[in-house]
Design a protein around this ligand. Sequence first.
Ligand code: SUG
Length: 461
Amino acid sequence: MDARAIPSSGVEANFDGLVGPTHSYAGLSYGNVASARNQGAASSPRRAALQGLAKMETVAALGLVQGVLPPHERPHIPTLRAAGFSGSDAEILAKVAKDDPVLLARVSSASAMWTANAATVLPGADTRDGRTHFVTANLREMFHRAIEPPVTARALAAIFRDRARFEVHGALPSRSDGAGGQDFGDEGAANHTRLTSSAANGGGRAGVHFFVYGTATDARRKPTRFPARQTRAASERVAAIAGVDPVHCVFAQQNADAIDAGVFHNDVIAVGNGCMLLCHELAFEDRAATLEALRRATGGALVVAEITRDEVSLEDAVKSYLFNSQLLTLPDGSMALVAPCECEENPRVKAAIDRVIADRANPLARAIFMDVRESMRNGGGPACLRLRVPLAPADLAAVNPSAIVGPAKLAQLRAWVTRHYREELSAADLADPGLLRESRDALDELTRLLDLGPIYDFQRE
Ligand code: SUG
């Protein structure tokens, strides 16, 4: 982006997760219907990573700031050693493949690609000390995701290095006492939306923080089929750690029926940006009170585009991932929806998008449909693949420039993927020591490409 084009209110940068070399379909996420449906299917790590890069290229070409977050080291041998497996890396892989193939799949998941779950980001305009705070998500609900936080925090700290402007916090403690006490289940930005009083969404202007939780000690109702991953206690701690004034926070419970229909994060049923909220009528447990609280918090500026269940059923919402679109403010002040191509293929969903675009009461001007099918098959749409970072102009200058991608860096990353990633991967391949070697070689090279320093365990031993 041309430095002269940066508005004084700043910009929102999107940091997409690069899909890792072990991207696979292991059915690891109970309550995520796409993950369950595709369990055991062969995956294409190369195609997945290239689809992700194509999305980054599209967003960057809109004139927006696009960044990248690195994949994690997988299979994660330190987790296996901590679980008592010993010997050489190859011996460990052979043993765990034989004794516990599910554990091998868990420590091999490329799930760090869904960077909406990496952290919650609270920009300096809204925090007590004026710095931007990243609270790394503990992701404690799923084993394969709960091993992400340490490397996520290192990667964020390698990109947002300037301590005068940024603070990266570790994950919340993740005790689950079964009795519903002080229980911190945190899935990051997927359950957090920052709203402002206009289409401007940069980090230089004040915002309202909308936290949606799946459960709380005093929850009105709880899902009965699938787990609620985010707890209210965790959301409250995230706001407190960052020093966001509670007056500028709205906490709302997610609709329990939506969770039971496969809406495991709020970003599968609602997306907000600037002054606009696009949501399903069954997104929240108390719909009217939630929307009213948001209207009040935004000084009446909020524009709600609501999709009814008659227009798009919960099932269609989950299948198409309509609400897992990126709602972006373009340099001209209008908004674009970067939606999965599955939305274009579903006539009811497509009609709903067209209706919202035609409605002049909201700033949405266009939809762009992207093929991220490899990620979608694991329940990760365009919005799951990115972490939003609202930046003030001086913040942008302080970000590690090697992690911001334009055409040249994207071409380098494409060549890097093509050089290192396999065309196809099946469950049996995860035990291949060659895959571990290839992945480490790829990541070692990537840390140089993105100027990250030694963030991986294998680089620090
Ligand atoms: O946590 N899928 C991820 C998808 C995360 C989507 N993120 C957001 N909605 N923001 C999850 O359920 C599946 C992996 C597997 O089954 O192999 C998985 O982890």
